[in-house]
Design a protein around this ligand. Sequence first.
Ligand SMILES: [Zn+2]
Ligand SMILES: [Zn+2]
Length: 335
Amino acid sequence: MKAALYYGADKGLVIGEKDKPTPGENDVLVRIKCASLCHSDLRIIDGQQAPPTVPIVPGHEATGYVDDVGSNVTDVSTGDAVGMFLYYGFCGSCSACDATPMACPQGSIQGFTADGYFAEYAVVDRRSIVKLPAGMDVVSAAPIFCAGLTAFHAVSKCNLKKGDYIGIVGVGGIGHLALQYAAKMGLKPIAIDTDNSRLAHAGELGAVGIVNATDPDFREKVHEITKGGAAATCVCSAALQAYASAVQTLKPGGLLMVVGLPEGSLPIPALPIAMGLLRVQGASSGRPDEMEACISFSHQHNIVPRVEQHNLEDLPELVERMHKGQFDGRMVVVF
Ligand SMILES: [Zn+2]
Ligand SMILES: [Zn+2]
C-alpha cells in the first residue's frame, strides 16, 4: 500500500510503499479516505520526538471505511464509514488510563509511537473508532477526530451559561472549529488572531466580535464588545504571545483555557490566580469514551471543518506550508 514514511532526521519524510497491515483480534482495518495534517504531527516529522522505530507512518486524525475486523469485533462491519482517534492497545484500567490513555504504559499512540493514518490502510483499536452518523461527509469529518474533539472539549469544559462571551484566540485548525462549537452552544464567541485573512472568515463561523490582537487598543476593544471581559478565553494558538493576549481579554474571575502548546512555559501571572481573579484550566482531544458526544453534536449542529484537499504526494509540501503558517482551516490528504 502507499504510505507516507518518516525515516528520521537524515532521510525525513518520503512517500513510499509498505505492507498492508493485518488487524489483531480487537482491531479494525480501515481503508483511509481522508487524513488531515495536525500541528502536533510536526513533533515527529521535525524530529522533536523520536519514534520507537523507523520508518513510521505519521498522522493521527482520519476517516475511512472498515475493510476488515478482528475476531472480537462484532459491532462494526465491512463498509461502515468511521472516524479514528489515536490510542491503541491501552489497558483501560490503570491510573494513567483514568486521566488519559496517552500515558498508559501498555498503550501506543498512532502517528507517534505506532503507524498512523497517512497511508491507504491502518489498523485501529476498536475503542478508538466511532461510526460516522448517516449523512456525515467522510472527507470533511476527518479533522473533527483531533482538532474538533479538542475544540469541543475546550469550549464545553469552560462550563459557561448561554449568552456568555467566550474569547477564541487563534482561529486556525482548532480555533475555527471552537468558534463554531461556541456559537452552536449558545455562547457569544469573540474571534482573536493576529492574521486578518483568518479573521475574515470568523463572522461566518459564528463570531459576534472580531479583534486583531496586534491592535494597540486590543484590550479596550475586547472589553467593550464583551461589556467588561470574556467569561472564558480558549487559547487555540501555539504562540506564547497568544497567552499574553488572552489574559487581557478576561473579566475578573474569568477562565483561561489552555489548548495551544507553545514550547516552554506559559507567561501567566501568579498573583491574579492566587487572588481568584484568574482561573486556569486545560483541555485536549480527551479520552476515546468522550468522542461520541462530540461527533453527534458536530453532526446535529452541522459543524464543518474548512478543508483544503490534496494528494498524499503533496504531504511534504503541506508540512512546509504549516511551518510557515500558510494555511487556513485544515490541510487534508484524500485517498
Ligand atoms: Zn492532532
Ligand atoms: Zn492503562
